[in-house]
Design a protein around this ligand. Structure first.
Ligand code: G3P
Ligand code: MG
Length: 254
């Protein structure tokens, strides 16, 4: 932080968009980031049976739409029937389940930066492989000025993504704050720049050991301002939050 201007290099990621103000992972939720001065968004991407990449945290429609069933049984044509907003609030009736292509257009238009989280693909390696291919080609439409981080809990998939698109900075996601004994080999195999650990149980000592190994750290999901401040003081580089609009404005510029 430069004391004079109050400008802050810490990253604030709007987790699934402004996900407490609008339905998560929709264009409405990502548009609000722009309106609130948030520069970084986090989105989850998965794949339909025809290879279309969509923005969705879950691999089923059940929680966040007016339909049910697996994404892997759908095609792009089915998206016109899906309402991904009414579950959240009547104001969002008719909000579509977005394609990755639509989100990239919005990111370019609003000059956002983006963390694309590639989902785990419970449908098997064949679909994971197709997801990696189609995410990679989708990213060709991202303006070169936009900043990008690609992350994944599946480190084999992430290593394969990095092999195909070495110019992209990648982040290993971990299910908890404790990374496992082989964490350094995992990060090296992925040529990762970032560690994305869970917040719960993360200590100053852990943060210091990750920093000492040369990694940048973005922590999920931090919905408490005092905790975010503590993490930043320990040297954490960024936090994912559902309440980005409630953070001080100095965090909204980078
Ligand atoms: O990318 C950070 C965070 O989104 C990972 O967990 O389950 O919210 O996608 P999840
Ligand atoms: Mg996510």
């Amino acid at each position: 932080t430069s004391g004079k201007t109050g400008f802050c290099m810490k990253k604030l990621f709007a987790h699934r968009g402004m996900s407490t103000l609008a339905p998560e992972n929709t264009l409405a939720a990502f548009s609000l980031c722009h309106q609130h001065g948030i520069k970084w968004i986090e989105c989850d991407v998965d794949i339909l049976s025809d290879g279309t990449v969509v923005v969705s945290h879950d691999d089923t429609l059940d929680r966040c739409t007016d339909h049910s069933g697996s994404l892997y049984d759908m095609t792009q044509a089915d998206l016109t029937e899906i309402d991904a907003g009414s579950w959240f609030h009547d104001d969002y009736i008719g909000e579509p389940l977005p394609t990755f292509e639509q989100l990239i257009e919005l990111v370019n238009q609003h000059q956002l930066n983006i963390n694309v989280e590639i989902k785990s693909c419970t449908a098997g390696w064949e679909m994971t492989d197709k997801l990696l291919t189609n995410v990679t080609s989708g990213l060709e439409k991202l303006d070169s000025e936009r900043e990008l981080i690609v992350s994944c809990f599946n480190h084999l998939a992430l290593a394969e993504f990095k092999r195909r698109r070495p110019q992209t900075q990648v982040a290993c996601l971990f299910e908890s704050a404790t990374l496992g004994d082989d964490w350094q080999s995992v990060l090296q195999a992925c040529e990762a720049d970032y560690i994305h650990p869970e917040d719960e149980g993360l200590t100053r000592e852990m943060v210091e050991s990750f920093k000492a190994a040369g990694y940048k750290i973005n922590v999920y999901t931090v919905n408490d301002l005092a905790r975010a401040n503590q993490l930043f003081n320990w040297g954490v580089d960024g936090v994912f939050t559902d309440i980005a609009h409630r953070f001080p404005s100095k965090y909204k510029q980078s």
